[in-house]
Design a protein. Structure first.
Length: 95
């Protein structure tokens, strides 16, 4: 069975946390970042921000993907249940 690239949806600003967890699990992933200036009242700092908000790309086998849901379970939309998250994934995968 070949590995494919999939998209995991996370809650906003949780992308780096999910990527870190995937790294700990040894799952190949990709989080494209871009440098952007953030301005505070006393300074300007360059921050690495996700290029695509709320998305992390993972490369794995389809059956492994199901085991990743606990990784991002705490980081999905607040109004979604876990069942809705799985259903949305399956619908998006077939499109």
């Amino acid at each position: 069975m070949d590995t494919n690239w999939y998209v995991l949806y996370t809650s906003p600003r949780a992308e780096k946390k999910v990527k870190g967890r995937l790294d700990e699990l040894g799952i190949e992933n990709y989080l494209p970042l871009h440098r952007s200036p953030s301005v505070w009242s006393d300074r300007v700092k360059m921050i690495d921000k996700p290029l695509f908000n709320s998305y992390v790309f993972v490369r794995c086998k389809e059956y492994e993907l199901r085991s990743l849901f606990p990784v991002s379970y705490k980081h999905f939309r607040a109004h979604e249940s876990r069942h809705e998250l799985v259903c949305r994934f399956l619908i998006e995968k077939n499109m």
